[in-house]
Structure formats: structure tokens, C-alpha cells
Design a protein around this ligand. Structure first.
Ligand code: THU
Length: 130
């Protein structure tokens, strides 16, 4: 699965977001070390803190299916349309748990453009148990 396909999958799954409280819909699509695709979208809740992020859903799907490492993850978010959605701090930490040095974190911006970052760029000096 190439980056363009992952971008398409994140954009597609964003349509399924349950974002009635914020009006901000997010889709995440990742490919694991076996080449398998996993997707997630944000799922909000009337009790606001109980909502979950798109990345969280995609990571949970990967783990539940037996995958263990993120090769690449694409994130598409925005209100009326896709605008740059930089992953929240909590999701950076969640991604970091399953990311390697060369994991591509693809942030989709306006006009179908995207940029790929490494986890050390998005979460330098990250917390790890040693
Ligand atoms: N959200 C995500 O799904 N991922 C992020 O990285 C940032 C924020 C969701 C949470 C909430 O449902 C909505 O976007 C607005 O914050």
C-alpha cells in the first residue's frame, strides 16, 4: 500500500466519523508490518471526554488483528472539508508506542496535499519505559 492509497483510505473513513459535538471529522488509515490496512475514525460522546480519536481506533484495530508495528499512518481531519489535522499530543504518544524510526506519519492538508513526518519530529524526547 503506497502513501497515496493510505491518503485515500483516511479520506474515505473520515466520512464515517461520529463527530456530532465538535463537527470535526477525522479519519486515520494505517498499514502494519504485514502490509495489512486498519482504519479508524473519531467517535464522540455526549460525555465529552469519553470520545475517542481516529488514530486510537486504527491502532486498536491493528492490535486486535495481530499486527504490532505501524509502517505508515495517514490522518485526514477537518470541519467542512479536510484541512491540516496535526495529531493531538495523546495520539502522538499512542503512535509512538508502535512506531519505528522510519514510520511515516502522513498529515493531509488542503488541496489533497500531504506531508510525511517521522515520530521523532512530531514527538521528540518521547516518554518510554526503560
Ligand atoms: N481528533 C482526532 O480524532 N485525532 C486527533 O489527532 C485530533 C483530534 C478528534 C477528537 C474530537 O472528536 C475532534 O477531533 C475534535 O477535537
Amino acid at each position: 500500500m503506497n502513501d497515496e492509497q493510505l491518503v485515500e483510505e483516511a479520506t474515505r473513513i473520515r466520512e464515517r466519523a461520529y463527530s456530532r459535538y465538535s463537527g470535526y471529522s477525522v479519519g486515520a488509515a494505517l498499514v502494519d508490518e504485514r502490509g495489512n490496512l486498519h482504519v479508524g475514525c473519531n467517535v464522540e460522546n455526549a460525555a465529552y471526554p469519553q470520545g475517542s480519536c481516529a488514530e486510537t481506533g486504527a491502532i486498536a484495530a491493528m492490535i486486535a488483528s495481530g499486527g504490532s508495528r505501524i509502517v505508515a499512518i495517514a490522518i485526514a481531519g477537518g470541519s467542512d472539508r479536510i484541512t491540516t489535522c496535526s495529531p493531538c499530543g495523546g495520539c502522538r504518544q499512542r503512535i509512538s508506542e508502535f512506531a519505528d524510526e522510519d514510520t511515516r506519519i502522513i498529515i493531509i492538508g488542503d488541496d489533497d496535499e500531504w506531508h510525511s513526518y517521522g515520530i521523532d519530529e512530531l514527538l521528540p524526547h518521547s516518554f518510554k519505559l526503560s
